[in-house]
Design a protein around this ligand. Sequence first.
Ligand code: IMP
Length: 192
Amino acid sequence: MEIVFATANPHKLEEINEISKGSGIKFILPPAGFNPIENGATFEENSLIKAKAANKLSGKMSLADDSGLCVESLNGAPGLYSARYAGTQAEKISKLLEEMKDKTNRKAKFVCSMTLLDESGNILCVKTGECHGEIAHKAAGCGGFGYDPIFLVEGAGGKTMAEMTEHEKNEISHRGRALRMILEFLSKNNAL
Ligand code: IMP
């Protein structure tokens, strides 16, 4: 079974297909022209906007995620603006480390909301996964993407997300948790 995954980020598509390996689902990219305006007020709203855009273009069952990094002592920033926080990913990491320079509370979480639509664009399921941890004092590791090198995963013995194997990250990540809930929904509803 094929489901369109509403992203232009090949790393995310790779992660999603890896997490759902063995489920019988293959996630595919949306057709050309996928460029939704993410102007929702929450991760859930943005995931609905992206899922609708992918469904409209493809006419297929579509899944979208919207995710970001929320830092407690920055009142949840960069949050919804994680992708637009600064220019390159290296610049985003430098900016965040600079803003965290004097902070003792370094608690943070990755959040991922997912919305699944049927072929006609009706909402089938909405789920949110979280992964808790802390912002490191410096970047470490070269796996994953985004803020992974400065995110110390709770209970991982001081490893950043970028120091984990793909498999380790998928087991505990916000995206892995949200997607497993979506797969469970599909399985319970005999869609698989
Ligand atoms: P989205 O594509 O609109 O969901 O943007 C989310 C942004 O949050 C990404 O561009 C990354 O900067 C950040 N982000 C989301 N998930 C992850 C992750 O698993 N690791 C690192 N950064 C992430």
